[in-house]
Design a protein around this ligand. Structure first.
Ligand SMILES: O=P(O)(O)OC[C@H]1O[C@H](O)[C@H](O)[C@@H](O)[C@@H]1O
Length: 324
């Protein structure tokens, strides 16, 4: 029997347009009208909007949209180095390179594809990259806009070299918040962290949730796979689910550092927060032919869901990732 209802084509739900520099970007849409924009410049997620058109990622009003540098905001891919822990440029070179679209990505199961929109981007090293980091790799980033508006990113790094190599990785994620002093993060309490403001000295988090009253730049270690960022004023919560990413970087530049950054407004630290799922403390080791996967999924829910009803760790189910 033939189905008369229209079949959702998850690949046709993408469109290629140009970004601010005339560089290709992919726009994903779901049937409700939510959208995601991914630039081939850096494989950077530059926009994520819900079905009402509301932007769910932070971008600085002073962001500089000039290749090859990634712009300040959205979600950028930090690979093969996070921060300055290595000899490469800050946060690695992946975010400052041109990526390509994989025209023939591994398909989704037809039962799992309804309402989703997907694109796979690829990065392979150039001759120049190999001079500084002599490892042949393939980095595949699958970007998924789900039927319910959630945004999922699945990065796969494959060693196509004859020798083992190791790397760090991070999804450098800028979230917009109404007022940083009213925000708290749940899920990181009692963990050890490395404080980048104290020469990466190791401390143990005390107290309840993480709150903000000054500059913060920390790498929380061995973190749970679900954490929540609660924005009291806006009564909304970002739920961050991750897999293969043991660390969480929490960063807010606060007043002084904001003023020192040319691509960031003096007061913007009040309205943003970076919460990055990452693999930093223990670099990932890949033998020839091996592949590593790091998954991140962002959802936005009303805050009331979270504080009382969302048992963070109980939502940590493998089923979340099965269909992508
Ligand atoms: O300015 P960016 O390269 O985007 O990095 C911004 C920030 O990213 C991370 O959160 C690091 O831990 C910080 O040390 C860094 O300052």
């Amino acid at each position: 029997m033939r189905h008369s209802a229209a079949v959702w084509d998850y690949r046709a739900a993408t469109e290629i347009t140009k970004d601010w520099n005339g560089i290709d970007q992919v726009v994903l849409r779901n049937p409700q009208g939510a959208s995601v924009k991914v630039s081939l410049q850096g494989g950077q997620i530059t926009s994520w909007r819900n079905e009402h058109g509301e932007e769910l990622l932070f971008t600085s009003s002073k962001a500089i949209f000039k290749p090859p540098k990634s712009m300040r905001g959205g979600i950028s891919i930090c690979f093969p180095q996070f921060g300055n822990c290595g000899s490469l440029e800050h946060h690695g070179f992946a975010r400052n390179r041109n990526w390509t679209i994989d025209e023939n990505p591994p398909p989704l199961h037809p039962n799992d594809s309804h309402g989703k929109s997907i694109v796979d981007l690829l990065l392979k090293p150039s001759e120049e990259d190999l001079k500084f980091w002599p490892h042949s790799f393939e980095l595949r980033l699958r970007v998924v806009l789900a039927a319910d508006g959630d945004l999922a990113l699945i990065a796969r790094v494959r060693n196509v070299n004859g020798k083992p190599f190791s790397f760090s990785f991070g999804y450098h994620t800028y979230l917009p918040v109404s007022d940083i002093s009213e925000v708290r993060i749940e899920g990181l309490e009692t963990l050890d962290f490395l404080d980048n403001l104290c020469q990466r000295e190791r401390f143990t988090e005390q107290g309840d949730a993480i709150t903000f009253e000054s500059e913060m730049d920390r790498v929380y270690l061995s973190s749970p796979n679900v954490i929540a960022v609660l924005d009291h004023e806006r009564k909304r919560t970002y739920v961050v689910r991750k897999e293969g990413l043991p660390d969480v970087v929490v960063w807010n530049p606060w007043e002084k550092k904001s003023k020192a950054m040319t691509d960031f407004g003096d007061e913007e630290y009040k309205h943003m927060l970076c919460v990055d799922g990452a693999a930093i403390e223990r670099p990932v080791n890949l033998k020839p032919g091996e592949e590593w996967t790091g998954r991140l999924k962002l959802s936005v829910v009303p805050s009331s869901f979270c504080s009382e009803h969302l048992d963070l760790q109980r939502t940590e189910k493998r089923g979340h990732w099965m269909s992508i």
